[in-house]
Write a protein that binds this ligand. Structure first.
Ligand SMILES: [Mn+2]
Length: 190
């Protein structure tokens, strides 16, 4: 089983994340930000990940950022040397009027290009402008390339939700096993 558990304690937040890449899609997420809990539950369900997140802190902004830092670190640790994985994964996911494309490469390098085209200042209880930053934080700390493109859509809840569902599917594909060895001609993913 590819599992990890990480903690982060700062003057601003306390965050604990447990991740099992070979799970059943079961999530227990309590960040105090209900929409973030909702999105991470979608990530777990569609990624086939078992995910436990406990977080508290001074401000929602700090908590959300730190959750994504620790989640990224957990992914990186659970993947180990990234041997025998497919490495790349992608998904195109609709939600009613919305259509989102997500593509990932578990390359060992953190990079993201995220274009969500959100029109509102808030999505439920989450600062809308924070979402692209949260995805970037996950990619950098998880050391993977992430591209997100909202191809069309109107509703910001749908755009965010379809993005996290697609991210789950893309990660599940990229983390899936296919043979032996490091999937790089360099012989190392870093
Ligand atoms: Mn929803």
């Amino acid at each position: 089983m590819r599992k990890s558990r990480m903690e982060r304690k700062t003057g601003e937040t306390r965050v604990t994340v447990s991740l099992n890449l070979d799970g059943k899609g079961e999530a227990e997420v309590n960040t105090g930000i209900r929409f973030l809990d909702h999105l991470l539950s979608h990530l777990a369900r569609h990624g086939g990940l078992d995910l436990e997140v406990r977080a508290e802190g001074d401000l929602a902004h700090h908590v959300a950022e730190d959750v994504m830092i620790v989640l990224g670190q957990c992914l990186d640790r659970a993947l180990g040397k990234r041997e025998g994985i497919r490495r790349m994964g992608d998904a195109i996911v609709p939600m009613d009027e919305t259509l989102v494309m997500v593509s990932v490469d578990l390359s060992g390098r953190g990079y993201s290009s995220v274009e969500m085209k959100l029109g509102s200042k808030r999505v439920e209880d989450l600062e809308a402008g924070l979402l692209e930053h949260l995805l970037n934080t996950f990619a950098v700390n998880g050391r993977f390339n992430l591209h997100v493109l909202v191809l069309r859509g109107e509703n910001d809840h749908h755009k965010a939700e379809a993005t996290f569902k697609a991210l789950g599917l893309a990660l599940a594909e990229a983390c899936s096993r296919r043979g032996k060895g490091i999937p790089s001609t360099k012989g190392v993913l870093s």
